[in-house]
Design a binder for this molecule. Structure first.
Ligand code: ZN
Length: 475
């Protein structure tokens, strides 16, 4: 190898080393950057906006920071909780840096508990107390079923956590007291009717307490029924709960004697009278009267409603009831004259005679002798004053009443008919007005009979010898 060539190579090698290598190294040093203020992990509340956060790019050891080309991959769905990854790629000249960032979308809002009642009264000694509440979470929605309830002393606690562990607690003071009476209900009827010597079977009662539940076993029953003696008996039922609230009820038992239906002791007698029939309810009525061996009086008519029931006039007569006369048509225009009235009265008298063979002279005026409706028909002749004398002159006897069942007026219920009759009973002789063309009125008869028999009344049919109740004549 020639010496010149060898020297030239050496020089060029030195130039390369002295000039180009430092340039190369400097170049590398200048390109070397790092990312500052970069977070590997961040949390953000859900439903907030996520912005990429690449930090700052700085060169060398000095704070020479500047923007470089950054590309971002990955997505964050802030409407869903969870972890997401964003990858940042930083590029400057030939250098590339890749960094991952974890983003956690979180729920940091606690649920809300709301009480659904303002009644904090609970029974003393009550266990497992819960109150109606609602729990609503901004992310989970309705989490009422996750609410825990527990009681310490007189405080009830409510606690609920959402799926992210955000917890809400609430407390409420409780009022431990019971001032509610137990409810008491009789088994069977509160009014009973027993025949003499029939056995009284105690049916008891049921009691329920708002705190203790069924307390029927605590019911105290007092009173006796002597079914060997007619009369009215009372059995009382009372029950007291743990907080000393007492409830009581009474059962009334009437002991009556069907076979002692003619006793005159104390002058307590009842004449049941039924006007305007016979009709659709008369057969049922006759069955009831028969069952109790009670005799009554029927003031019959020949109105259209009675059509087809002639046989019941015969049956009533044959069963010992009195058939009275209430007029044929029951039309108030019979009060236009004395003749018109008697024509109508004789028509029903003949009909009854044709059916039964019996000539009845027991009568009741339509509207009663005190009626004022006759004024509309009699042209001022004061017909009732005339008729009340005239009927007696012709051998009739008229009967008004001193107890009205009200069944032709405002009374439309069986229970009210019963009340209207029995509430007016005292010591004396009672003529009771009912209408056997009214079903609800007929339905009260059995209770009236049982009640009255237990109270020592006897039932009688009207006769020509009976004391006649007469009203004041108003026309
Ligand atoms: Zn009538």
């Amino acid at each position: 190898m020639p010496k010149k060539l060898c020297l030239a190579s050496l020089i060029s090698g030195l130039v390369l080393v002295v000039i180009f290598i430092p340039i190369y190294i400097l170049n590398i040093v200048l390109q070397d950057f790092q990312v500052k203020s970069f977070l590997d992990y961040i949390e953000i509340p859900y439903n907030t906006e996520f912005e990429t956060n690449p930090g700052q790019v700085c060169f060398g050891n000095k704070d020479r920071c500047q923007e470089v080309n950054i590309t971002t991959t990955g997505e964050v769905d802030t409407s869903k909780l969870g972890e997401y990854k964003i990858t940042y790629t930083y590029k400057y000249k030939t250098k590339t840096l890749v960094k991952d960032q974890t983003i956690k979308v979180i729920d940091n809002i606690a649920p809300i508990i709301s009480l659904e009642t303002d009644n904090f009264n609970v029974c003393p000694q009550q266990e497992n107390i819960t109150l109606p509440v609602k729990a609503q979470d901004d992310y989970d929605g309705d989490i009422t079923d996750k609410v825990e309830q527990y009681v310490t002393d007189n405080i009830i606690h409510f606690k609920v956590s959402d799926s992210s562990g955000n917890t809400t607690e609430l407390t409420q003071e409780l009022d431990f007291s019971d001032d509610e009476k137990p409810t008491l209900k009789l088994n069977g009827s509160s009014t009973m009717y027993l025949r003499l010597n029939e056995t009284y079977r105690e049916q008891g009662a049921k009691a329920y307490d708002n705190c203790a539940g069924d307390i029927s076993n605590k019911i105290v029953i007092k009173g006796d029924v002597n079914t060997k003696k007619t009369g009215e008996y009372k059995i009382t039922y009372s029950v007291t709960d743990n907080a000393s609230n007492t409830q009581s009820l009474t059962r009334t038992i009437y002991v009556y004697d069907t076979n002692n239906n003619s006793n005159a002791a104390g002058y307590k007698e009842i004449y049941l009278t039924f006007d305007d029939g016979p009709g659709p309810y008369t057969a049922k009525l006759l069955d009831i009267l028969k069952k109790y061996n009670v005799k009554a009086t029927f003031f019959v008519t020949n109105q259209s409603i009675t059509k087809g029931y002639d046989n019941l006039i015969l049956r009533a007569y044959q069963e010992g009831h009195t058939i009275g006369l209430h007029t044929n048509t029951h039309n108030y225009n019979i009060y236009r004259s004395v003749d018109a009235y008697f024509d109508d009265l004789y028509a029903i008298q003949e009909k009854v005679k044709r059916i039964t063979g019996y000539t009845s002279t027991i009568i009741r005026f339509p509207g009663g002798s005190s009626n004022t409706v006759s004024r509309s028909y009699d042209n001022g002749s004061k017909i009732m004053s005339t008729l009340t004398r005239a009927v007696e002159a012709k051998g009739f006897k008229y009967f008004d009443w001193n107890i009205s069942s009200g069944d032709a007026g405002n009374t439309t219920s069986t229970s009210q008919v019963f009340k209207n009759i029995v509430s007016n009973l005292g010591t004396g002789s009672y003529i009771v007005l009912q209408h056997d063309i009214k079903g609800f009125s007929v339905n009260a008869v059995e209770d009236v009979i049982q009640y009255a028999l237990a109270k020592g009344y006897s039932f009688k049919p009207l006769t020509m010898d009976s004391y006649a109740v007469h009203h004041h004549i108003n026309n």
